[in-house]
Write a protein that binds this ligand. Structure first.
Ligand code: NAP
Ligand code: MG
Length: 500
């Protein structure tokens, strides 16, 4: 019987919800030889109730984790395995994660306020696919031979970077963990993961399962806690080779400073966005397009980095499109994330709710016209923002320029293709964009003109695990997640020159 088969299955979502009701859930550091310290409470954003404890790590915790990670890297118990051996272990991890799918989905639901149906149908399937994809890719990477002429042989090799810090956001907890950790581990690095303080529970379980599958404990350490007390020491640590960060542009900027102030570690940033959805006058079948537009704007409560929060629509199609959007929006049911019918859960926490709901007043004050929603219903702990549409948003308004990270869609009309593309690019961000047109030549012109890392044509898509994901301008820095490109974050390049 294989190790994966001999392992108990994960518990049901009902069991996790029960444990949450009894405040029994837990996450804390996973570092060899380390015993955990003080904790803080983690809440269910829907009702504000304490669901468990999370270890409040600090610089000492980070030091221990980095020490263990370095020791393991130097010992070679992970880094020096044959790639096919690492693959086998990562596939065992995948099998364990599959067995714990429902448990992990329930943890992200209860911890992050994410609708359970989203967790089960999107987040966890993509998480599992990511782990399997990088496990399978790990023994299929080749170096190159340089064109030297007959006097020499030059090999261009890729080597594991060493100790990698992975700093995660709260909006897709299990999935962002997989995006960072799977490619970094697959090529032999030791990884220290720091999940967001709001959503550490699934990271704890995923790390435990990795150890159970055979990933050495020092090759994958977990540190939980606040950004300032754990993220900062990781960013400043002189023995960390790479930090791969996903989160806000403001905190991303800090990581560049941490690197400059310490050891010039490589920094990769996946940051915010203000992505345009461009609907040209010849867009076919708005009745179909409307679902894509809604998903882009409101999926995951708009707490999505590639959220299509700016709708740029040709003036001749605006009335028709707005009518369809308003007719379809009641399907986006707000409620308890534990309810399978819920499509819109609460904002993650009060500070974030205040920020998002603040835009309702700001947009009105700046002259935008509320055409749908705009309420903050008092259900649960009262952190709901109704899916909202503002029309008449111009390029000077906050709603056009700033990442809201909530369910508020800004509508701007345009007259010409040139104006549409100028508006699309009028942003500090450049993560994603969608273009809707029946004209293939216009689609191609627009796709090339838009300065963004991910452009989808006649749909809203973030691509797949096979395609790189990341942004231009202030949406990203230093590399890409996903695809074979993600490996570049975690590898150094070495030239070997042999004289003949
Ligand atoms: P955040 O506030 O920037 O936090 C991200 C991570 O950084 C968290 O683990 C956080 O720790 C940590 N952190 C906070 N302050 C820190 C500091 N001073 N020093 C070091 N680390 C620190 O972002 P978030 O609110 O979790 O996530 C939302 C943002 O992520 C949005 O802007 C969104 O667009 C972006 N995002 C981007 C992508 C992408 O692929 N481009 C994907 C998802 C999300 P705490 O635990 O204390 O929060
Ligand atoms: Mg929580």
């Amino acid at each position: 019987m294989s190790q994966a088969q001999s392992t108990t299955q994960g518990v049901s979502k009902e069991t996790i919800f029960q444990r949450a009701d009894n405040a029994e859930l837990y996450a804390g550091a996973l570092i060899p030889g380390y015993s955990c310290g003080a904790t803080f409470e983690t809440q269910n954003p829907y009702n504000g109730q304490c669901i468990g404890q999370v270890e409040d790590g600090n610089a000492n915790t980070v030091n221990k984790a980095v020490e263990a990670a370095r020791e393991t890297f130097e010992a070679g118990t992970w880094a020096d395995l044959a790639p096919s051996e690492r693959k086998e272990i990562l596939l065992r991890w995948h099998a364990l994660l599959v067995a714990h799918t429902e448990e992990l989905a329930a943890l992200d639901c209860i911890d992050g306020g994410k609708p359970i149906s989203e967790c089960l149908e999107t987040d966890l399937p993509e998480t599992l696919e990511t782990i399997a994809w990088y496990a399978e890719a790990s023994d299929k990477l080749f170096g190159r031979i340089a064109p030297t002429g007959k006097d020499a042989l030059a090999l261009i090799e890729k080597e594991a970077a060493g100790v990698v810090g992975a700093v995660l956001p709260w909006n897709f907890p299990a999935l962002m963990y997989a995006w960072k950790v799977a490619p970094a581990l697959a090529v032999g690095n030791s990884v220290v993961v720091k999940p967001a303080e709001q959503t550490s529970l699934s990271a704890y379980k995923m790390t435990q399962l990795a150890h159970q599958a055979g990933v050495p404990e020092g090759a994958l350490c977990l540190v939980t806690g606040m950004g300032e007390s754990t993220g900062q020491p990781l960013g400043l640590h002189a023995d960390v080779d790479v930090v791969s960060f996903t989160g806000s542009t403001d905190v991303g900027r800090l990581f560049l400073q941490y690197s400059a102030q310490s050891n010039l570690k490589n920094i990769v940033l996946e940051c915010g966005g203000k992505s345009p959805q461009v609907i040209f006058d010849d867009a076919y079948d708005l009745d179909t397009i409307v679902d894509d537009v809604l998903s882009a704007a409101f999926w995951n409560m708009g707490e999505n980095c590639s959220c299509g929060s700016r709708l740029l629509v040709h003036s001749s199609r605006k009335t028709e499109l707005l009518t369809l959007l308003k007719a379809r929006l009641p399907e986006w049911v707000m409620g308890d994330p534990k309810d399978p019918a819920t499509k819109i859960g609460p904002m993650i926490e009060a500070v974030h709710f205040n920020k998002v709901s603040g835009y309702l007043a700001t947009a009105k004050a700046e002259g935008a016209e509320l055409v749908y929603g705009g309420s903050t219903p008092s259900m649960g702990a009262g952190l709901f923002v109704e899916p909202t549409i503002f029309d008449g948003v111009n390029a000077d308004m906050s709603l056009f320029k700033e990442e809201v990270f909530g369910p508020i869609l800004a509508v701007t009309a345009f007259e010409t293709e040139e104006e549409a593309l100028r508006l699309a690019n009028q942003s500090d961000y450049g993560l994603a964009a969608s273009i809707y047109t029946a004209d293939i030549r216009r689609a191609n012109r627009a796709a090339k003109a838009i300065r963004a890392g991910n452009v989808s044509i006649n749909c809203f898509s973030e691509g797949s695990i096979a395609t790189p994901f990341g942004g231009y301008k202030q949406s990203g820095f230093g590399g890409r997640d996903n695809g074979l490109e993600a490996f570049d974050q975690y590898l150094e390049t070495k030239t070997l020159w042999y004289a003949n």
